[in-house]
Design a binder for this molecule. Structure first.
Ligand code: GLV
Length: 310
């Protein structure tokens, strides 16, 4: 049997090995750096593998992201010729992501940062009660994650819209699409949630211009990728008060450097890239299915289109 190579930044190799061998008895599973003969490797399970990891592995047929994003794979300019790229699409992760997004939508809608501020001066006062039906929430990206979050936000009664590259039909969610409609979408959005894939087209999409297009006092929630945000522009928008508060789970450099101003920023809710962690148990069936298909010459599910990189 051909071999599977596992390389991740976390120590999840034993859990993946156990889970995959339960599904594919006798699987030849090799965890980096124990590659053995590199020519045996046909399937790669990867999370942020350093560029060049697959040099000298001419038989790699498929590289599967250990997460929902594949930007970390495309970051390697020397991927084996003709290898297919696939990602996880896991309802367990979509649920986790929607919970994290909802946590912050509700937090901002219900004025939690304002009440936390008032508490500091022991001020017992009522702010005007917010109205759900007129609260405009907008989701950037309506893929597997964005669509799930948008439906759940809409189900709570928020005025919900989404923006994506192409038009989408989701019950209760107004669809904005394409470059042309981005500014209109931002202009109506009081709570912005970014769940886009990181591609050449979406790099830096949250920048001085797009932040300025949001109404004054808007909130930003980012659990897409750090690369979506121009960090200096975000800090400037928070400091000027144009953006009231931001919830950030992802950053350009991770782990976030000790000297990053985000750590201590009073208007930032900061999380260490945990909004939707990968779970080998829930993702196991689809990875095992992909390995079986690739080893028997079939195309696996959830392949990424290299042209659009998602
Ligand atoms: C995590 O960030 C993922 O891509 O699943």
């Amino acid at each position: 049997m051909p071999a599977v190579l596992f390389r991740s930044t976390s120590d999840s190799a034993p859990a993946w090995e156990e889970m995959l061998k339960q599904r594919i008895p006798g699987l030849d599973f090799r965890a980096w750096p124990d590659v053995g003969n590199p020519e045996d490797i046909e399937f790669v399970l990867a999370w942020k593998m350093p560029p060049g990891t697959l040099d000298g592995m001419p038989n790699v047929k498929c590289i599967c992201s250990l997460g929902q994003g594949v930007d970390h794979i495309f970051a390697d300019p020397g991927l084996p010729e003709g290898a297919q790229i696939m990602r996880l699409v896991d309802p367990w992760m979509s649920q986790a992501m929607s919970e994290w997004v909802l946590l912050h939508v509700l937090r901002y809608h219900r004025q939690a940062p304002e009440y936390e501020e008032l508490r500091k001066s022991k001020t017992w006062t009522a702010l005007p009660a917010p109205d759900t039906a007129s609260r405009k929430v907008g989701i950037l990206g309506l893929g597997a994650l964005g669509a799930d979050a948008a439906s759940k936000i809409a189900a709570l009664g928020f005025d919900t819209a989404g923006w994506s590259r192409t038009e989408k039909q989701i019950d209760g969610v107004k669809s904005y699409y394409g470059e042309d409609q981005l500014m209109d979408f931002l202009g109506r959005t009081e709570i912005l949630c970014c769940l886009l894939p990181l591609t050449k087209a979406t790099e830096g999409v949250i920048n001085a211009k797009t932040l300025a297009a949001l109404p004054k006092g808007a909130f930003v929630i980012n659990s897409g990728r750090g690369g979506h945000v121009v960090e200096e522009d975000m800090l400037a928008a928070l400091d000027s008060g144009h953006i009231a508060h931001a919830a950030l789970d992802v950053f350009r450099t991770e782990p976030l450097p000790q000297d990053s101003p985000f750590w201590e920023h009073p208007k930032v809710d900061l999380w260490p890239h945990v909004s939707a962690q990968t779970n080998p148990v829930s993702a196991g069936d689809q990875v095992a299915d992909a390995i079986r298909k690739v080893f028997s010459g079939e195309a696996p599910d959830n392949l990424v289109d290299p042209k659009v990189q998602y």
